[in-house]
Design a protein around this ligand. Structure first.
Ligand SMILES: Cc1cc2nc3c(=O)[nH]c(=O)nc-3n(C[C@H](O)[C@H](O)[C@H](O)COP(=O)(O)OP(=O)(O)OC[C@H]3O[C@@H](n4cnc5c(N)ncnc54)[C@H](O)[C@@H]3O)c2cc1C
Length: 396
């Protein structure tokens, strides 16, 4: 299999041209780590469905677990554009590791943005250091896209809140140590009844249910959480009561750019490996690379990668400028996950039987890409967000 090389093509060159020295350094650090320490074991971890905590610890040692978070809370303060470069490198090496890190960061944003100084000091340091792994807990068995219909209850008691209910599909569980949990204090209020809580693993009344048996990103665990009267101190309520849904949506808008970048990495890997294979594989007395039908497929794959990367970087730059990113992050995540799915599926086709075999790692890219069209908002939900934005502007 071809090694991960410099991202090729005009889109990559233009994007790289606008990088600061710090962003280039961050990208190079992530690339070296991804190539040397993540990619070599990706196939085996996928096959065995095993999570490797030492990879997360190395992310911490390299500062990746703090990279996009502000220096004011102990983060490294890199630009969000810099963060997308990290995610692209990890996505190209192993989508499962990329998602573990992306969700870890996702679970910290709300604490940074909505937490008090005491909560920053209490919750963030081991997470920034990569010593404690985070999870973001919104989905429930009956409430995914319609997340405001969640039923996990938060009941106010003298010394805090007691949680009752079940969360499903929670990435990084049960390995994670720190859980950002959304629960309703009054289901009749819909989205306005939801409140956010910081819950530690080991809290009495909090345990794990079924492990999700997934098609892809199998080395990133996901599981059910079961709350049976778990007591959360009042000091671990994040933001005001009833503000949880707003908190969740604002975090997801940032997280979607991160997912988009990881998808660019998946698509890039599929493109690069396909190009190398077309040179090497002979049919009818010549390399496949000489067949125009296949060259055109490769050209279309390159177009998908470049377009997805351009939109992802545009969303990251908008975030760095402090502009609203809701619609742009939906466009980026929808475009990049569809690109990853298309390019990975085409790569399987170009590799023929070898692409369909679990031995080459090409089919893993396709399985890994599929999930990204579903989590952090399905691509139907992103169509809803984009359409709402377009129609709103037409009204004014
Ligand atoms: C690998 C993976 C990891 C995940 N990790 C996490 C995590 O860490 N934390 C977390 O909280 N959740 C997580 N999820 C859950 C994920 O966010 C949900 O699966 C997703 O939001 C969709 O919800 P659902 O599965 O209930 O599908 P549903 O909401 O039931 O949707 C089913 C189908 O109907 C479509 N649909 C629904 N409503 C509409 C509508 N109004 N218009 C048009 N189409 C619609 C959907 O797009 C989808 O195609 C993860 C999921 C996966 C697959």
């Amino acid at each position: 299999m071809a090694a991960i090389s410099d991202p090729a093509g005009p889109g990559a060159a233009a994007a790289a041209g606008g990088l600061t020295t710090e962003e280039r350094l961050l990208r190079d650090t992530a690339r070296e780590f991804a190539e040397r320490e993540v990619a070599p074991t990706a196939a085996q971890r996928d096959e065995e469905e095993s999570f490797d905590r030492s990879i997360f610890a190395r992310m911490g040692a390299l500062g990746l677990t703090a990279a996009p978070l502000p220096e004011s809370v102990g983060g490294a303060g890199f630009s969000y554009l810099g963060w997308t470069l990290v995610m692209e490198e990890l996505g190209a090496a192993d989508m499962a590791s990329a998602i573990t890190l992306s969700v870890h960061i996702l679970s910290q944003y709300p604490v940074v943005t909505f937490g008090t100084a005491e909560q920053h000091a209490d919750w963030l340091p081991p997470m920034l250091a990569g010593e404690a792994l985070g999870a973001f807990c919104l989905t429930e068995p009956h409430a995914g896209s319609d997340a405001a219909a969640l039923r996990t209850r938060a009941e106010r008691v003298d010394d805090g809140y007691r949680l009752h209910g079940t969360k499903s599909w929670i990435s990084n569980a049960p390995e994670a140590d720190r859980y950002l949990v959304f629960a309703t204090m009054d289901p009749s209020k819909g989205a306005k009844g939801i409140t956010a809580f910081l819950v530690e693993k080991g809290t009495p009344g909090f345990r794990f249910g079924a492990h999700e048996k997934k098609m892809g990103i199998r080395a990133c665990p996901a599981a059910e959480l079961i709350f049976d009267g778990a007591l959360v101190p009042a000091s671990r309520r994040l933001g005001p009561e009833g503000d949880g849904y707003r908190i969740a949506l604002s975090a997801l808008a940032e997280g979607r750019i991160s997912i988009a970048a990881a998808c660019v990495g998946v698509a890039r890997s599929a493109l690069e490996q396909s190009a190398a294979y077309l040179h090497q594989r002979m049919a009818f007395g010549a390399p496949l690379a000489e067949l125009q039908g296949l060259r055109f497929m490769l050209a279309e794959m390159a177009r998908e990668v470049a377009a997805a990367r351009a939109l992802t970087h545009e969303a990251a730059r908008a975030r760095d400028r402090g502009e609203p990113i809701g619609e742009l992050s939906s466009l980026a995540k929808w475009t990049a996950s569809d690109a990853a799915m298309k390019v990975a599926t085409d790569a399987v086709q170009l590799f023929g039987g070898s692409g369909y075999s679990r031995e080459t790692g090409i089919e893993r890219l396709m399985r890994d890409a599929k999930g990204a069209q579903i989590y952090e908002g399905t691509n139907q939900v992103h169509r809803m967000i984009v359409a709402a934005g377009v129609l709103d502007r037409a009204r004014t």
